[in-house]
Write a protein that binds this ligand. Sequence first.
Ligand SMILES: [Zn+2]
Length: 149
Amino acid sequence: LHSCVFCELVAGRSPISIIAETDDVLALMDIQPVNPGHALVIPKRHLAFLADVDPALGGEIFAMGMRVAAALRICGVRCEGVNFFLADGEAAGQEIFHAHLHVFPRFAGDGFGLRFSPSYFALPVRSELDGAAGRIRATMDAANAGATT
Ligand SMILES: [Zn+2]
């Protein structure tokens, strides 16, 4: 069958540094930290993509991330700010196909950053934003209608 690095960690077949866990989620140290203190929050079940995570479980993942973030700020690691990062899909930078939320400390001059495309600096006109909002809203409404019937 498939072999998933994170499922191996959850099963206890590889060494991990656990921060905290609940029945459904696990917070652990990333073995390749952006900065010291870099944590991951993962569902214990194998769920490849964000779309596979139900909203309640997503809430648990986020809540655990918030607890870790609060601790990072006062636990002694260098932490002037915190980033949450979730890569959903290969094009978004997902490398391990078991959904996971990165929670890592940031400080001025740490060398990490986001790179923007040239188009980022040409602001869209309002009608484009309204059009996009309308398409997204209609899609969400349709999904919602589907879910409740
Ligand atoms: Zn997995």
